[in-house]
Design a protein around this ligand. Structure first.
Ligand code: NAP
Length: 252
């Protein structure tokens, strides 16, 4: 991301992958980042980051809860005011996501694979409907610019969504896996409906964050630098694919 100016909107910038995306993008003075999060005032790490010496780019922290249509639409109005008539979003990164556990009815213990109405619907709302509504709200800003301009929408999926990769050990995350498979399908539909925009379903890999846990083998910094290279390299012919953070196609 060294020399080209990019305007990027990121969801879930308060921690984990979203925070690291914000950090790396803001190292370049030319970049401008809309770092969105559910609760800007309690996003301590994000607020520290933007005051830090490595932050050279322009940053706007905006409230956006993707479970709440009013919050999404208010954020889109603010982005419109900041961008004015000719500004655009080059990269829209639908990063925010949850992996909620269900509770078994008998003993009340947390079981990731347990299907419980409340956590199932909450997961689908955040991981599938959320990115769909966010893209709908911000796509007009992504579509601005000339026919030849590259624009990318990245939907943060997971290997755990893949039917082709499904492994015995992965049967632990039923609800999360179903939601990310839904996100992959959403990506295909969005790519079909918007042929001038590159839509990718990708994944950071299993990395150490609150969601990934401490046992994750991957490092968020390295993963994010790969994701940013992926965004720079992606072409229209890649639209509607599911790839890892190095651009290798993954089975649906
Ligand atoms: N870490 C991994 O190993 C891994 C692997 C594959 C895929 N992924 C995917 O990568 C993405 C980022 O994961 P992560 O590991 O960084 O997770 P994380 O550390 O748990 O962070 C999740 C982020 O999503 C935000 N968020 C949750 N619900 C939201 C909502 N309704 N509206 C707006 N923001 C919301 C959280 O905000 P709050 O701070 O307000 O809660 C937080 O910023 C997710 O989509 C995840 O599924 C992660």
């Amino acid at each position: 991301m060294a020399n080209r100016a990019r305007t990027v909107l990121i969801t879930g910038a308060s921690r984990g992958v979203g925070l690291e995306l914000t950090r790396q993008l803001l190292r370049s003075p030319q970049n401008s980042v809309f770092a969105t999060c559910r609760s800007p005032s309690s996003a301590v790490a994000l607020n520290e980051l933007i005051r830090g010496p490595d932050t050279k780019g322009t940053v706007h922290i905006l409230q956006l809860d993707q479970d709440d249509e009013k919050s999404v639409s208010a954020a889109a109005t603010k982005v419109g005011e900041i961008l004015r008539a000719d500004g655009r979003i080059d990269y829209l990164i639908n990063n925010a996501g949850v992996n909620l556990v269900g509770r078994t009815p008998k003993d009340g213990s947390d079981v990731p694979s347990a299907l419980e109405r409340k956590s199932f619907l909450a997961t689908m709302t955040t991981n599938v409907l959320g990115p769909a509504l966010v893209t709908q709200a911000f796509l007009p800003f992504v579509m601005r610019g000339g026919e030849d301009d590259r624009r990318v929408v990245l939907n943060m999926s997971s290997e755990l969504s893949s039917l082709g990769l499904l492994d015995e050990a992965w049967y632990k995350t039923t609800c999360y896996s179903i939601s990310k498979a839904g996100l992959n399908m959403l990506t295909r539909h969005q790519a079909h409906e918007n042929p001038s925009v590159i839509f990718l379903a990708s994944t950071p890999g299993w990395v150490k964050t609150d969601l990934g846990g401490e046992d994750a083998p991957g490092d968020v910094e390295e993963s994010v630098s790969k994701l940013l290279r992926l965004l720079e390299r992606a072409e229209l012919k890649d639209s509607g694919t599911f790839v890892n953070n190095e651009g290798r196609k993954l089975p649906w």
